[in-house]
Design a protein around this ligand. Structure first.
Ligand code: B12
Ligand code: SF4
Ligand code: SF4
Length: 391
């Protein structure tokens, strides 16, 4: 067993707790810990149980611990990169070794604690509740409330602080912010399986949840994994995908995915995909809406994920009415800020071109056209041509 000082250390500089986070109350004194020695197996088992309890108290609905061996996932990941299915997301092709070997990202890491936070801020949709071109604007459910990066990171930091004050060890918390293979790590830690739609899902909650991780050098016991029911013969997500982005089970051509086209992609949305984008103006949920396991999903108890400003009911005319100032003001603190105003109007224009003819949409498009740059203007012209075509 390696000997590790457990005396109070100065907090390592890689681990920053957001200023709004108060240090959690110190937990009650724990089982005897020999000063200056690494925790023993029974203590680590007790700690793993405590971690699960603390995580639940902090709003995580599932937590698991895995080792860092990701070699099984490497061929699929490298193959995906070699085929350049990541489009403009060049960051995915960088730091590959750090993704596949967690201790290269955070030296000393031997365990990863994965945690799941449910985000449905509206009642779970039925499999038939797909977005419709009826003049409404569809925003993916994960983005209707507060930016999850802030919420999940803050809670993970609190969880890490709690573990630290109880046990020592080194920690680093992530959510969607670093070269981390979150879904494979979640699968390894027993939080579910990676479905054919490439998302992590499980039989209790479906897939409407975020993932976050804490990397640590504590030799915590790994969560025993049990057989998962998996997707079986279902292919509903592959069939429903409007752009045929799921090119095989667990294989996503991101360049075709509406989530990529409306969020990650900065330039023009290729004309071949515009009709299929429908009224989805930020992200896409179709491959989750139809997933039979999402029948078991529940609304999230997190008030922070409740829809803001009625955005779950927004119309295209409402949103086209926002100038840049309104966009900045009304999306403050939300994941919608992942895109800029130019992308926002671009996406609205595509949705407007797919909406039934409506003079109010035409007028709103023309108003936005006055101040639009070349890329956005081309999308607006495409939309106007479709709105004004003879019936
Ligand atoms: C890049 C990215 C995207 C891209 C690409 C998506 C993708 N499927 O890769 C785009 C922009 C399209 C996207 C969209 C969405 N995303 Co996203 N995204 C990410 C990000 C940053 C990286 C994912 C990644 O590494 N992709 C690369 C591919 C190759 O990896 P992979 O799908 O995990 O593939 C592995 C497995 O499928 C497996 N595998 C495949 N075949 C085989 C075969 C064998 C034999 C084995 C062993 C393994 C195996 O190995 C592969 C390699 O690791 C993660 C956060 C993170 N850091 O992980 C969030 C993340 C995956 N996204 C998330 C969400 C919520 C979404 C959306 C639902 C948002 C929306 N509503 O619009 C959509 C869903 C679209 C979809 N069907 O995936 C959540 C998913 C939570 C969950 N329950 O799984 C994450 C985890 C963010 C978070 N912290 O919560 N996303
Ligand atoms: S998010 Fe939409 S476009 Fe992307 S894979 Fe799922 S159904 Fe297809
Ligand atoms: S829709 Fe079917 S195939 Fe797709 S992830 Fe859900 S269970 Fe798996």
């Amino acid at each position: 067993m390696t000997t590790k000082p457990t005396a109070r250390r100065t907090r390592p500089d890689f681990w920053t707790i957001p200023s709004e986070v108060q240090a959690p109350p110190a937990p009650p004194p724990r089982a005897p810990s020999c000063e200056g020695q690494a925790p023993r197996a029974p203590q680590l088992r007790a700690l793993a149980r405590d971690i699960e309890r603390w995580a639940r108290e902090l709003g995580f609905r599932g937590v698991g611990i895995a080792d860092t061996e990701l070699a099984n996932y490497a061929p699929a990941f490298r193959d995906w990169l070699e085929q350049r299915l990541y489009g403009d997301m060049g960051y995915l092709a960088r730091n590959v070794d750090k993704r596949l070997e967690p201790d290269r990202l955070h030296p000393g890491t031997i365990r990863v604690i994965s945690a799941r936070m449910d985000y449905l801020g509206t009642p779970p949709p039925a499999a038939t509740d797909l977005p419709a071109n009826d003049g409404s604007a569809y925003i993916a459910r994960y983005a209707l409330g507060r930016d999850y990066h802030k919420t999940v990171r803050r809670r993970l930091a609190r969880l890490a602080a709690r573990i630290d004050s109880s046990s020592g060890g080194r920690f680093r918390a992530f959510t969607d912010s670093a070269p981390v293979l979150e879904k494979p790590l979640g699968e390894k830690s027993g939080l579910g399986w990676i479905g054919k739609n490439t998302l992590l899902l499980n039989e209790q909650a479906g897939s409407w949840f975020f993932l976050g991780e804490i990397y640590t050098d504590l030799p915590l016991p790994v969560t025993p994994t049990r057989p998962q029911p998996g997707c079986g013969t279902c292919r509903a997500c592959m069939t429903v995908c409007p752009t045929d982005a799921i090119t095989g089970p667990r294989k996503l051509d991101a360049r075709r995915c509406i989530s990529y086209l409306t969020i990650e992609h900065k330039g023009s949305i290729p004309v071949e995909f515009r009709e299929a984008v429908g009224n989805r103006v930020f992200g896409c949920d179709d491959c989750q809406i139809v997933c039979p396991w999402n029948r078991f999903a529940r609304r999230s108890p997190e008030a922070e994920f409740a829809p803001r400003r009625g955005l779950d009911q927004a119309t295209l005319v409402d949103l086209l009415g926002w100038d840049e100032y309104a966009f900045q003001a009304r999306t403050e603190g939300m994941a919608l800020r992942r895109i800029n105003y130019e992308q926002w109007v671009r996406n609205l224009a595509v949705a407007a071109g797919n909406a039934p003819p409506d003079p109010a949409i035409v007028a709103a498009l023309k108003r936005r056209r006055e101040s639009a740059g070349a890329m956005v203007r081309e999308h607006i012209d495409w939309a106007l041509a479709r709105q004004e075509r003879p019936v």
